[in-house]
Design a binder for this molecule. Structure first.
Ligand code: 13P
Ligand code: ZN
Ligand code: NA
Length: 283
């Protein structure tokens, strides 16, 4: 019932659209993403950071996806987002998860390659696809915090060597996006993306898509991005709507009531991102 992201990303690459990857944390976020994706017949990836798996419990998340796969009669790509430890990935892949990101972007080139190779050789034995990052995004994603001055753009030639030596299935690149929202509009290095795309064959991943104008995300997809990661915009939509509900209903205490507007707000974001990715109807 859990599948790798390999096939859906290859299909997207051939079709010239992108698969959105939404960061989920609990039952409600899984419900919203899968319900919306099903209605729009869009492929999606459900991503969780290490913090999410420890918050929700890997077994609970896998169990929720198992039930969802039955309900929607479709296999689900549950993904390990920004995992940094080989043994952590190993443990989770052994529970049936088939899509992983090993983030060695804080290491130097050779150390990153060594770690990624080790993960690839393990994961491929379990039919688990592997994404890795070259270059480094600024901003904050959960426990992962990178100062802007430590952010680093992906070098196209190094990307070729990185992909060839590691055998990864997809490559996360840094072209000016950052995790979280932006103080000023991000200025993306589209030329660099074009260069990387012309040299590298595997699907390319855009992290940090929250706060990037739709037109820029679309341009990235035209230039060869195949997976678009969205986390922060979902969190903001959810929490803003729930806060507003409590302002209007200060005595409210039933989660089955106050969570509903949060879910509706997330649903809008999911729909928008599916439309930007051009993935509706591609299931
Ligand atoms: P945002 O929080 O900017 O959407 O980034 C998401 C991400 O890259 C998850 O890996
Ligand atoms: Zn990310
Ligand atoms: Na962002």
């Amino acid at each position: 019932f859990l599948v790798s992201s390999r096939e859906m990303l290859h299909k997207a690459q051939l079709g010239g659209y992108a698969v959105p990857a939404f960061n989920i944390h609990n039952l409600e976020t899984v419900q919203v993403v899968l319900e919306t994706a099903t209605e729009m017949a869009s492929p999606v990836i459900l991503a969780g950071t290490p913090g999410t798996y420890s918050y929700a419990g890997t077994d609970y998340l896998v169990g929720i996806c198992q039930e969802a796969a039955k309900r929607y009669k479709t296999p689900i790509a549950l993904h390990l987002d920004h995992h940094e430890s080989f043994s952590d990935i190993q443990k989770k892949v052994e529970t049936g998860i088939k899509s992983a990101m090993i983030d060695g972007s804080h290491f130097n080139f050779e150390e990153n390659i060594d770690l990624v190779k080790k993960v690839v050789s393990f994961c491929h034995g379990w039919d688990c696809s592997v994404e890795a990052e070259l270059g480094r995004l600024g901003g904050q994603e959960d426990d992962l915090i990178v100062d802007e001055k430590d952010a680093m753009y992906t070098d196209p030639d190094a990307a070729v060597e990185f992909v060839n030596r590691t055998g990864i299935d997809s490559l996360a690149i840094a072209i000016g996006t950052a995790h979280g929202m932006y103080k000023e509009e991000p200025r993306l290095d589209f030329d660099r993306l074009g260069m990387i795309r012309s040299k590298v064959e595997v699907p390319l991943v855009l992290h940090g898509a929250s706060g990037v104008p739709d037109a820029d995300v679309r341009r990235c997809i035209e230039l060869g991005i195949t997976k678009v990661n969205v986390a922060t915009e979902l969190k903001i939509a959810f929490s803003d709507a729930v806060k507003q509900y409590f302002i209007e209903n200060p005595k409210a205490n039933d989660p089955r009531h106050y969570i509903v507007p949060g879910k509706e707000a997330m649903k809008k974001v999911v729909m928008e991102k599916i439309n930007v990715c051009g993935s509706a109807g591609k299931l």
